[in-house]
Design a binder for this molecule. Structure first.
Ligand code: ZN
Length: 302
């Protein structure tokens, strides 16, 4: 009898072991697929990531106690439940040492960076953001060094340092802060170029406002924005490049959003602009990215 019992036990255990093995394999496979889809789904540029991150790019931070795994640091008070979900669903560690940059990508006074500027929320003509600095990544082609608000510019540096680790090395900033008067100049130039196509000035201005903001309604006046790409001039074609895809998928990790998405033009009333990045801080950027919300939708539901 003892022998029979033993045999029966052995027989009943095999399916259990098999089930356990299959379940483990399935879970591991699923995790792999999720990580592949979310984090490293562009083989053209993620190949470089398999190499050891290039520490020369961040040599000033090699003495840090943190080895780039700050998202799992338990004492990081800037990380709240949103970042928990960030870690849970995105699960991509920073390739660069993020320690010195964290204060900029996740600022303490985060709400100060959620200003909404669009066709129905214009800025005053005398609005000039405080604390602007030179944009290190301004394109070196003779143009004036672009300016951005200090915190946003620092976060941008971290963003593009990380990008370089993934092989995105030729993206540069072509335009950042624009004053009200500069925007007036650009808008009026565009109106003058197109005036002959329309019966009235109003019709022409309405048309121009679909691709060139009226003064006061451009986000560039906030100092929290940059246009960056690797083309000779900005165009929707940039969105198809591996560089643009990497930027769009990783912007939130550095507090930026790709502001004018292709599927949100009815809400933003701005054409698809894969080159236009807006700083909002990592918490808001990550929430928007995970929920596929544009800034208007995010602020409305907040
Ligand atoms: Zn722009």
């Amino acid at each position: 009898m003892a022998n029979n019992n033993s045999k029966r036990k052995n027989r009943t255990n095999y399916p259990l072991i098999l089930a356990t093995v299959l379940t483990t394999a399935a879970v591991a496979g699923a995790i792999f697929l999720v990580l592949t889809a979310l984090g490293h789904n562009d083989t053209h540029i993620s190949d470089e990531y398999s190499n050891t991150p290039n520490q020369s790019a961040v040599s000033e931070s090699t003495e840090s106690k943190n080895n780039g795994s700050s998202l799992s640091e338990p004492d990081n008070s800037g990380i709240d439940e949103t970042s928990q979900s960030y870690e849970e669903y995105i699960g991509v560690e920073y390739a660069i040492d993020i320690t010195e940059w964290e204060q900029y990508i996740e600022p303490e006074n985060a709400d100060a960076y959620l200003i909404l500027v669009n066709k129905t929320h214009p800025l005053a003509s005398d609005y000039v953001p405080a604390n602007m600095v030179d944009v290190v990544y301004t394109r070196k082609d003779g143009r004036a060094t672009q300016k951005m608000v200090y915190t946003a510019e620092k976060a941008l540096q971290a963003f593009l340092l990380e990008a370089a680790e993934y092989g995105v090395t030729d993206v540069t900033v072509t335009s950042a802060y624009r004053s009200y008067s500069k925007q007036s100049e650009i808008f009026n130039d565009n109106v003058n170029k197109n005036l002959s196509k329309f019966a009235t000035l109003e019709e022409c201005e309405e048309y121009v406002s679909t691709f060139s903001a009226r003064p006061g309604t451009s986000e560039h006046q906030t100092g929290l924005v940059c246009d960056m790409h690797n083309l000779s001039s900005a165009g929707a074609a940039f969105g198809n490049t591996p560089e643009a895809k990497w930027l769009a998928q990783n912007a939130h990790r550095f507090g930026f959003i790709m502001r004018y998405a292709e599927d949100k033009t009815d809400i933003t009333r701005i054409i698809y602009e894969p080159w236009h990045f807006r700083y909002v801080g990592r918490k808001a950027a990550t929430e928007m990215y995970l929920s596929n919300l544009c800034l208007e939708e995010y602020l409305e539901n907040r």
